[in-house]
Design a protein around this ligand. Structure first.
Ligand code: F6R
Length: 243
């Protein structure tokens, strides 16, 4: 695992966007696994800026979602499908057809999970997976004590994660769905390159557990220790608890 400490969130966004642009130069139709939430937004903005400036070509890139809420009506602005369309697909000028994700409104959620695993495999697997990290060490929505070998499946969010995410739902935890579909940790570990971005002091403990703690299901992100090509990009605040 390599750890890169940058000054702030903007610098992290620039660094990761450049890494994505470099990958797309080597493999123009790379499958990019994208996270949602606040942390990756500077990456998507920096990448879109490169596209506008003509220094990155994303025209053949493909996008894969990491996770999705269960039970939000189709088109709900906070469904992760809507978020990825709004924050990644549209600003990069990609077509919705270039984008795959789990169906969180499916009646048969287990079948939707299996279908998404199959879709990822059919797409040739994720080349670069961008990850955020929860304050409790989750990646995707693999909450603490998720199996390190887990596959895409339905999970129940912890109260802490629902509280963290209530800011996207008018500050009302009751509106945050209880269930999600998430790529499993085993699924995530199959990506060619894992890039975890963490910014802000609130992530410092989770980052320390990920990088310096034991490999343990209680900190799902520590599974990155198992991956042959994992990069952790942290700003100074998120790095503040590293030894
Ligand atoms: C979102 C996801 C989550 C977030 C994490 C951090 O697709 O998979 O693991 O990355 O909850 O969220 P932010 O970046 O909002 O702090």
């Amino acid at each position: 695992m390599e750890v890169v400490i940058v000054q702030d969130a903007g610098a992290g966004g620039e660094l990761v966007a450049q890494g994505i642009a470099d990958l797309l130069r080597r493999k123009p139709d790379a499958l990019l696994g994208v996270a949602t939430g606040s942390t990756p937004l500077p990456v998507y903005e920096a990448l879109a800026e490169r596209v506008r400036a003509g220094t990155a070509d994303v025209s053949r890139a493909r996008i894969a979602q990491l996770d999705e809420y269960v039970g939000l009506p189709a088109g709900h602005p906070e469904s992760y499908r809507s978020v990825v369309l709004r924050e990644v697909v549209e600003p990069l000028g990609l077509s919705p057809e270039s984008f795959i994700g789990p169906d969180g409104s499916a009646e048969d959620v287990r079948a939707a999970c299996a279908a998404y695993e199959a879709a990822l495999a059919a797409a040739g697997g994720v080349d670069l997976q961008l990850l955020g990290i929860g304050t409790d060490g989750h990646i995707g929505f693999n909450e603490p004590c998720s199996s390190l070998a887990s596959r895409t499946r339905i999970k129940t969010l912890t109260e802490r994660t629902r509280a963290d995410n209530s800011r996207f739902f008018d500050g009302d935890i009751e509106q945050v769905p209880q269930h999600v579909i998430t790529q499993g940790i085993g699924t995530i570990l199959e990506a060619g390159h894992l890039v975890l971005l963490a910014t802000g002091e609130g992530k410092a403990e989770a980052v320390a557990a990920t990088v310096e703690g034991p490999l343990a299901a209680v900190c799902p992100a520590s599974a990155l220790q198992l991956h042959p090509h994992a990069t952790v990009v942290v700003d100074e605040a998120a790095a503040s608890k590293l030894k």
